[in-house]
Design a protein. Sequence first.
Length: 64
Amino acid sequence: MKGNNKRIQALIEKRLNLGIKKFKQEMPIGLYTPEDILEEVIDAMIYSAGQLLELIDKQKRRTK
């Protein structure tokens, strides 16, 4: 089994490669504003919170 850091690196590399395929270029530098980045981070937090709540609910149902 790969170490956790290697697994994380593989996920990031996979996502970067997907972006290259989709947009036909590497990740642009200097294109996004702090506001753009903030929106993306907030969206990621919302998705993460929803997923975590689902996992917590499943765990609670299993322990009943």
